[in-house]
Design a protein around this ligand. Structure first.
Ligand SMILES: C[S@@+](CC[C@H](N)C(=O)[O-])C[C@H]1O[C@@H](n2cnc3c(N)ncnc32)[C@H](O)[C@@H]1O
Length: 262
């Protein structure tokens, strides 16, 4: 078990070396994870574990993977994606024919690819911008590759699978280039890096689960500033922006928050 001094030292060294600030994550969960790792790997102390994180790429990647949890699926919460397609996107298109969209915490790419498919169907032949970012470089590489196992695409309709994927000889499914080229993938830490602005739509779904309340408040405030007036933030199926009014949002629909028009 780590005492407070060990934990403080682990956090401080990690921040100095990797720019990941564990103070912005819920302490109990993070501590449990690190302790679990120390035990599982047979290290004597968190200091020894820290050394292995900074000296071995494999251990560093495993730690980040542990910290970030990459579970995702195409059209996650399909009823909400249907609302996005039938109501929110047409509403946004009335004001901006070329949408600027950010999928923040995009994991394996299922979220931005789902968006690209919707936009292709709703506005055939039109060009939009989809920025997709994540903290985890390994998962971004998978997202960029756009190759999925059958179980990773099972939440999609058969029609969309046939239309947007090519089946490889090994049984995996590759997203077609016409969809891939609509997305710009980039590494970005939501708790540290600068935000772009001028977005019509931001998706940040199932990302903030381990963030502290303060970190969430700051994040949702930064998203507010990153949205155009009239722009919309789309959150996960079990999430809500607690202080939305204080930040300035109005609720467009449940799970969709709007920066009011000026
Ligand atoms: C559970 S996945 C959610 C994926 C997708 N948005 C969805 O709803 O299916 C959470 C993602 O958030 C990313 N993440 C966690 N902390 C982050 C941070 N500080 N900055 C950027 N991305 C982060 C993780 O790497 C992970 O890929």
């Amino acid at each position: 078990m780590m005492d407070d001094r060990d934990w403080a030292s682990f956090k401080q060294k990690l921040k100095a070396k990797t720019e990941i600030d564990l103070d912005l994550y819920k302490e109990a969960q993070m501590k449990r994870r690190v302790e679990g790792y120390v035990r599982k790997k047979g290290f004597d102390s968190s200091a020894q574990y820290f050394d292995s994180i900074v000296n071995s790429k494999a251990d560093f990647d495993a730690f980040i993977e542990h910290l970030t949890i990459n579970v995702s699926e195409f059209f996650r919460n399909s009823d909400k994606f249907l609302q996005l397609e039938k109501e929110v996107i047409p509403y946004l298109l009335e004001r901006s024919p070329k949408l600027n969209i950010w999928s923040a915490g995009c994991s394996i790419g299922a979220e931005p690819y789902s968006l690209a498919m919707i936009l292709k169907e709703v506005t055939p032949g039109k060009q939009h911008r989809i920025l997709a970012t994540d903290l985890d470089i390994e998962i971004l590489a998978k997202a960029k590759r756009g190759v999925y196992l059958p179980n990773e695409i099972q939440s999609m309709t058969k029609e969309r699978v046939v239309r947007y994927f090519t089946q490889n000889t090994d049984g995996t499914y590759a997203v077609q280039n016409e969809i891939k080229r609509l997305i710009e993938f980039k590494r970005h830490n939501l708790l540290k890096d600068r935000f772009e602005s001028g977005f019509d739509l931001i998706l940040c779904r199932n990302v903030v689960i381990y963030f502290t309340e303060e970190a969430k408040f700051d994040l949702y405030t930064n998203f507010f500033k990153a949205l155009k007036p009239g722009g919309i933030l789309f959150v996960g199926g079990t999430e809500s922006v607690i202080n939305c009014r204080q930040i300035g949002y109005t609720t467009y629909k449940p799970f969709f928050y709007q920066r009011p028009l000026e």
